[in-house]
Design a binder for this molecule. Sequence first.
Ligand code: FES
Length: 116
Amino acid sequence: MINYRHHIFVCMNARPPGHPKGDCASKGGRDTMAAFQEEMEKRGLWEKVGLNGCTCLGPCQLGPTVVVYPEGVWYGKVGPADAREIMEKHIVGGQPVERLFLKTLFDQVLGSGPPA
Ligand code: FES
């Protein structure tokens, strides 16, 4: 049985060009995933941490979107450098990266929290 300490999901969803919701692939979701993969390899975490690319998680306008379980921490606008920071501070260090919290980004960008 797999018993990961953390499980990371990275949205890599792609939509047709011009789609009103946009998508994480066009915002660099694949580069974000590659950065997570590199960190997993470098740190030898494949046995302890799950990492999966996924389709749409919902908050497309603030993608690339990442969610980390078991805490259920949602991150937005996660680029490759952010992915490396999440690995260092959250996954290894146990301290989620507050500045990338989806709630924080919604407040900054849209002036309110995520839709209910
Ligand atoms: S396309 Fe990534 S959250 Fe919707």
